[in-house]
Design a protein around this ligand. Sequence first.
Ligand SMILES: [Fe+2]
Ligand SMILES: [Fe+2]
Length: 486
Amino acid sequence: MSQQPINDEQVRQRMADYTGHAHLPPLVGLHSMSEASSRGLTVAESVARQLRLHWSLKRLHMIFVARIAAMPVYELKMAFSLHAHYCAEHVEPFANRVREMRQPPYGLEVCPDAALDAFFDEILCAPQTPALVLGLYGYAIPAVVRALERLVADTSKLFDHPTWRVCRLTLIEMQDVLEYGQQAIACLVDDAARSALAEWTALLEELLGAAGDLDGTQPKNSIEPRRMYSSVPYRYDGVPKRDERFRDPYNMGVNAEAFLFDPEIPALPKSIMLYFKRLREIDVPEMMSSILVETPGKPWEYYRDMTRQLWDEARHAMMGEIGFVSMGIDWTKIPLNFTWSLGLNTQLTPLERHGVLYAIEQGLMPKKTGKEYEWAVAVATANRLTALIQDYDWADEILHARIGRDWLVPELGGQKQALAFGDSAWSRILVDWARWREQGLTEHRNWWPEVYRDACRFWGIEPDPNLLAYSTTYENTRADLKQVAG
Ligand SMILES: [Fe+2]
Ligand SMILES: [Fe+2]
């Protein structure tokens, strides 16, 4: 006598009723039995989507980095530094996962879709800040988030658990980027700018459509990909630009280091110079980004490590900003020069720039003049914030020194050679204090007395006439390595 096959309804019921020992959730709580048996991508599908995410994060990383120097808005320079760091950190887990699932060739270095590359090229070439912001945060990041959300929803949490996990972790940070980006669009792209860009944003949508969206899961439109801004190939612009709050970018009228190292000067007023030195570090991401863009062909870990350091330097600048704001001091009164990033980006090769950075950072290690000294001064101010800023500024140098040792020293044949190389590159930089004044680029205005008076009001003390008279400029100091905080 033949048995009746079990019908679908009975199968569904059995699965719904299934429980583990003592009613423990089945499958470690990842899926119900019915979900686990009914959903999931094939390995080929999962890998194809990950290759697209991997490629897109790499492209996005380089767009963020490439636009740091010449895009003028300070806050966006900081945001691009963070978002480049996030992208850089998430590239590797996808590459690793693809390598776990497939034999070589993995296809990690191959553009997965020409339309996708055209999409990113357009954003890379966006001519003005509003277009760049809209392209990045209104189109590219939302497309990354969509792709991650779809992969999280579609793949099996059990069969493809490592992929699911990588996506979920990436999603947390990409959603942060999206949230910031939406605010950036609201602040920087008004209705007029948006409608002026309508034709271009339609093209961005068209290109995503031609790629079947970033992850290639949607029906592809059959439109032949066009180009607008990227019809002329992208050319990197490493000349730093700043927004209108930076009115005197050649000013080298107040020698912060001479003040800081003067044993006669008490600690408290030195906190101003520490904040100044920190905020002036805007120039480090401006400079490091140029190394990244102009040094092709390195292993991915190089770009990841250098981008991490770039972000740390952006954090140092913002620590200075916090210091000034905490005292009610309008930091835009202080000329924050870009002469260092300008000089390095326009006069040295990328390797020489890295050498200069390395030599500076080695100079930050000695006890008497380095990061420990700055920290000791900060502790002596008895201000917790100042001490905390210098505490982390010092700690970050530990990693930066290691990044230099990992990537620069082997290339130059040793520690000594790397130092000599950096030092000689820096000595060739033209820092022409007097000529800049003659040319009317700056008056080297002494901003110190005004800012010191503001600080004294905050501290509730009378300005010390001796300190008020401080007027040491950088004129007679050969622009040496100590004047820059790496
Ligand atoms: Fe720094
Ligand atoms: Fe550093």
